[in-house]
Design a protein around this ligand. Structure first.
Ligand SMILES: [Zn+2]
Length: 276
């Protein structure tokens, strides 16, 4: 017997605003839903003795939230000097332009369409602000533009939606791809293997203190889902008018209906992967 509540991915409390590591503080956005869990985590990251801070994922276009992020930085004696995005989904990026206006900062992202200012971001880049060092780790799969930020000084990885604080991630077909996603999990696993990443600061849900265990859980979950999808196809879903619906009914019966649109995208991503 296992205690399901003790497994990674099972509910273990929610995301909270406040300090998570020595350098990272969460300001939780007020946009909870079946897809966003407690809401979007907006991360303020700074060296303790620096006046300059970096904000990762300002979140939705919510004036109260954006003002709260600015206020939280100011209360810590810091000024926001740069805005970064993990990917372009609106619950992370919709407020970025307004936040950049409020703070007079540039916005850097992998997708050029999301940037404000001259500088982008790419795999291997190191962002240095006020002595803070963040390293860009390409982690496509949830979306093609998904990146993570390693915070080496705290042995932490800001993962956006690539790894969440609980539950599992949607591979948002067709932009998201399962093969790329599995490669990204392997990348994160290798970072945990050499000790450079110990904890995960996710885009939704609570901080993950044991990154290696969570990534292992994600890999097992993905393999199990693929087996279930294969089985559902063999059991008749493949012959139905709408195989996606057939797989949804057989495999995702335990998932709340509010998540079905996202589950359909994940099923499409899995069908594409299995046919590739
Ligand atoms: Zn997303």
């Amino acid at each position: 017997m296992t205690d399901a509540a003790a497994l990674p991915g099972q509910p273990r409390g929610g995301a909270l605003s406040g300090p998570a590591t020595e350098r990272a503080v969460n300001v939780l956005a007020p946009n909870p839903s079946a897809m966003t869990l407690d809401g979007t985590n907006t991360w303020i990251v700074a060296e303790p003795d620096s006046e300059l801070a970096v904000v990762v994922d300002p979140g939705p276009l919510d004036e109260g939230h954006l003002a709260a992020v600015v206020a939280a930085a100011e209360q810590a004696g810091k000024r926001v000097a740069l805005t970064l995005l993990t990917h372009g989904h609106p619950d992370h990026a919709e407020g970025a332009a307004r936040f950049a206006e409020l703070t007079g900062t540039a916005v850097r992202a992998l997708d050029p369409a999301l940037r404000l200012g001259d500088e982008g971001l790419a795999e291997g880049d190191t962002v240095t602000t006020g002595g803070l060092e963040l390293r860009v780790v390409a982690t496509p799969g949830h979306t093609s533009d998904s990146i993570s930020f390693a915070l080496p000084a705290d042995h932490a990885l800001l993962t956006g939606d690539t790894v969440l604080g609980r539950g599992t991630t949607v591979v948002a077909h067709p932009d998201g791809e399962l093969a790329a996603y599995l490669d990204s999990l392997e990348r994160i696993r290798s970072l945990t293997g050499d000790g450079s990443v110990v904890s995960i600061l996710p885009g939704h849900g609570p901080v993950v203190p044991d990154a290696a265990a969570m990534v292992a859980f994600y890999r097992v979950h993905r393999a199990e889902r693929l087996d279930q999808v294969r089985q559902a196809l063999a059991d008749g879903a493949a012959a139905e008018d709408d195989p996606v619906e057939g797989v949804l009914r057989r495999v995702y019966a335990d998932v709340p209906s509010a998540v079905w649109p996202a589950a359909r995208l994940s099923i499409l991503a899995q069908l594409e992967y299995l046919s590739g």
